[in-house]
Design a protein around this ligand. Structure first.
Ligand code: SF4
Length: 299
């Protein structure tokens, strides 16, 4: 590609905020516009721009339910552990807006029903992810959590009569399939509830389709966003020329060199990445590719 040719930069057909995250943000903003003192329990979204915007509007964030005594508390789309939910609901001085995503509520319900039916609930995901912390709180005393990226943790699954399998909503569906097959060898009665979120599936499908068409992929979203990291993994499987950046500001000089010889560049983002960030990355790519050079993908 010469410097006179602008690259063909395409954004994945479905990318950016999912409705669960959007709804939680809208509910918090709406409460604030009504003049309420709004606090969110944990960050609503792993996105620096949105976090700054919420903060500028006067919306605060608390890490623990105990830290909030009054005003309006918004429970984010990931949900919270049962005990925390009961704590905040029990405070008369607090108005609670529950923005737990309907898909996450279904996972919590499935965990509770499996545990009540005598199944050892086995959840695949990330142990420290807020959604998993919430779901496991409904899964009874015998439940186990295993890591989708660390197969050695799967040995935590006991050999027992009844196993119920659930997943964090944002893991790759293949991981759930592999884990269910693994559990089949450990239980007589296996029940698998597919709790992979369909919204993340469509984002993965569209991102993979785009990765097959382009010379380089840029995955945009917070570095601690689970589904954005999964998107980057998925795209890298198709196309080694894939980078994960938090936002347009992270596209720097080393990326400029790497992008120089790419005629087609794809952009996608996780469910916590607003569309405006994807557009900003597109504009940044245009400006960076206006300079000569050429290099391998930055690490
Ligand atoms: S990724 Fe899916 S489960 Fe998670 S908040 Fe969005 S819609 Fe809900």
């Amino acid at each position: 590609m010469t410097t006179a040719t602008r690259p063909d930069v395409r954004i994945a057909e479905r990318a950016g905020f999912c409705y669960g995250v959007r709804l939680a943000i809208d509910k918090a903003k709406h409460a604030r516009t009504e003049g309420k003192e709004v606090t969110t329990l944990g960050q609503l979204v792993h996105n620096p721009g949105i976090k700054a915007d919420l903060s500028d509007r006067g919306i605060r964030t608390a890490d623990l339910a105990d830290q909030v005594e009054g005003g309006t508390l918004v429970i984010r789309a990931h949900g919270v552990p049962k005990s925390e939910f009961e704590t905040v609901k029990g405070k008369e001085s607090l108005e609670v807006i529950d923005a737990t995503c309907t898909w996450v509520l279904q996972s919590q319900k499935a965990a509770r029903e499996l545990a009540e039916a005598g199944y050892t609930v086995c959840i695949i995901g990330h142990e420290d992810h807020p959604e998993v912390k919430g779901v496991r709180s409904y899964a009874g005393e015998k439940h186990v959590v295993v890591d989708d990226m660390d197969r050695s943790t799967w040995e935590r699954v006991p050999r027992t009569k009844k196993i119920g399998v659930l997943s964090q909503s944002t893991i790759l569906p293949q991981k759930l399939e592999e884990f269910a097959a693994f559990c089949l060898r450990r239980a007589h009665d296996l029940r698998v509830v597919n709790t992979v979120c369909p919204v993340t599936l469509t984002r993965q499908d569209d991102s993979v389709a785009l990765a097959l068409e382009v010379d380089a992929m840029i995955v945009v979203g917070g570095k601690n966003s689970s589904n954005t990291k999964e998107l980057a993994v998925k795209c890298r499987e198709i196309l080694s020329e894939t980078v994960h950046v938090a936002d347009a500001d992270e596209l720097a000089a080393e990326h400029a060199e790497w992008l120089q010889d790419k005629a087609r560049i794809g952009i996608t983002g996780g469910t916590s990445t607003p569309e405006v960030d994807l557009e900003e990355v597109r504009e940044r790519v245009y400006s960076l590719t206006a300079a000569p050079g050429g290099a391998a993908a930055p690490a």
